[in-house]
Every structure is written in structure tokens, then in C-alpha cells.
Design a protein around this ligand. Sequence first.
Ligand SMILES: Cc1ncc(COP(=O)(O)O)c(C=O)c1O
Length: 396
Amino acid sequence: MNFEPPKLRIPLCRPSMGGNESAYLEQCVRDNWVSSAGPFVERFERDIAAYLGVDHAVALVNGTAALHLALIVAGVRPGDAVVTSTLTFVATANAIRHAGAWPIFVDADLETWQIDAARTAEFLVDRCERHGNDWIDSGSGRRIGAVLPVHILGHPADLDPILEAARELGVPVIEDATESLGGRYKGQPAGALGDAACLSFNGNKLITCGGGGMLVTNRADWARLARHLSTQAKLPGVELIHDEVGFNYRLTNIQAAVGCAQLETIDERLAAKRRIASFYRELCAERPELVFMPEASWAESACWMSTVLVNTEHDGRNRHTVMACLADQGIETRPLWQPLHLSPAHRGCGFLGGEVASELHQKAVCLPSSCDLREEDFARLRSAIFAGLDDVPGPG
Ligand SMILES: Cc1ncc(COP(=O)(O)O)c(C=O)c1O
């Protein structure tokens, strides 16, 4: 029997409440606006559009649904190819497959850990051929339906080379900005630069609705179509007539109420994330085996999830042993995703690149990054990480 008191857990990235969430939820219940229509849904759309400086926002059930609808309204058709990051959460590629299209995965770039923008642009310009109004990948013969760069871990991808090449071809660019709300690319908000972008408000994101997503765009026609498709493509009027096969993808007023309250505190949240990143950056400066995730000179990362490389195989120590040691201390970490070109779920898709994403996957550890980390948590994290590297039992 173990009579030791349980160690307090430090989770990877938990939600934090404490603003107007309860008051707004009470308002939903009191006024009986609890489902997929209501004042908070409209306000949340207006507030997000204003925050990003875009014309339209459509509130949806989650980020995966937002990506799926974005691909459809951008004109992606079954059998198309969509060029996207290999180092991303599986939902990005799943949304492409839900649209009946096939990902062409692009390796990461060592300097940013984001999609290799030069390689993406080179592929579009040099390896695609024009057939009428379409551009065809000369390798697979598939039409290029869209480019879907992902801004991972809060840091923006290098969008300019991608936007320039895609615009030359007339191929739409959809940003997967689910992890980067609050980040900036060359001074512009991540999520405001492509033809459309998708956000997620699941529990571990900078702001959460419990679950939720948003499609943002300056294209009024795309926003209108997304809203229509998200509500089963019902035509206006009392008759139940549907002009397309739609989806039940609309966010509820209850979820939007939480989102509105969370968005009110976004600046404090971003400041907390930057403080957490500075803590880990300073800690890495003390240990040559640790490398903190990069921040490009043109980027302002939202620092959503602080991640380090454990650059050692010394004495059998590596990221697995560090993660195990932290787990023993009640500290939750996680690896980066298996690069999707290696995923059994997406076997057989195209891949452009080498080993960068795989190397990052082998060495990276995502560290606790909840906005409400306290000074005593930082102290615990520091000694547990050092103990993990030195392979000695940590304190307490
Ligand atoms: C990069 C990326 N894409 C897509 C998603 C999907 O968002 P959701 O979980 O809201 O469906 C997530 C979030 O989990 C994500 O991190």
C-alpha cells in the first residue's frame, strides 16, 4: 500500500474560467436561448471577426467541422489534392479526407517547425501543370483544390511564399489557425491572411467554448454558403426545403456564451502564455540538451503550447525518459504528433520532404502551458525537468 499523499497534478493545458462565463450561461438559461440560435452566437461571431479584422465569421461545432466546411466552400472537390503540413494534429488531414480529397503532406522547416513554405511554393510552381482553369499535380494527376498551411503550437507559418505561389495559380489558401489565435505574422493576425481560416475552441485552446470552432473569411459568398450548409442547407421560409446535402455544424448559444466571456480576457491569456514561454526559454538556456521552440523574427507567437527538444541520447536519456520522470511527478506532458505522412490513417498520401518532422517528433516534448500556472508550479516544473535530464529522483 502506498501511504504517500498524492502529488498535485500539473495538467498539460487546462481551461481557465473566472470571467463572465457563469453570468452569460445563466443568461442563456434564464432567457431559454440554449440551442443553435441566440444572441451569444451572433455576438461571438462579431467579436471574433473584429478581433482578427476580417469581414465574416461563422460559428461552428468544432475546428474540424470548420476545416471541412472551409474546404467545401473553397470549391475543393472529391478526388482533389490539398497541400498541407505533415506535422499537425490529425484533424487537419481528416477534414481533407471528409471532403473526399487527398492530402499532399509537406515536411516541417527546422527554423520554424512549421510547414516548409519554400518547398510548398516550389511544388506549386514547378510541379503542377495548367489544364484549363485547373492546376494538376503532375505526380498524382490530381487537381490542386487548396493549400492548407497549419500554424502549429501558436506560431504562424511563413505565409508569404505560400500565398504568392497559390495566388499565381488561383488556388485558395485556407489557414488552419486552430492553435494560433492571438499570434501574428509580420504584424498581421494569424487567421486573417488566407482566403479563409479556421479556429478551434476545444478545451485546451487559448479560449474555449467547451467545444467549438469558427470559419473566418473576407468572402461574403463563402460565409453565406458556410452558414447555409452548417444548418442542413435549409432554405428560408416556413417550408422544410433543403437545396443541398448540408450538415448539423452550428455552434450553440450556450457554447458561444462561454466563448464570448473567454474572448474578453484574451489579452491576459496571451500575456500568461508569453510568461510561460519565457520561463521555459530561460530554463533551456541553462541546459544545452534542451532547445526551446523557435520564434521567427517576423513572427509573434501566441505561445499556445510551450514545446522543447530533448537533444540527448546520453546515458540512455531521451525525451521518453524525461516524459516518464515528469509523469512520476504528476506532471502531464505529451509528444508532438506522429507526422501524418507516416500515419496509418493516411497511408498512401503524397509527401514532399525529408526527415525534419520525424526528427522533431522524436525529440519534442510539449510541456504544461495552462494560463493559470502558479509560481510554485514553475518551481516544481523546473526541478522535475532537471531531475528528468539528470535521471535522479525528483524532490517530493
Ligand atoms: C492543428 C489543429 N487542427 C485542427 C484541430 C481541430 O479542432 P477541434 O478539436 O475543435 O475539432 C485542432 C484542435 O484540436 C488542431 O490542433
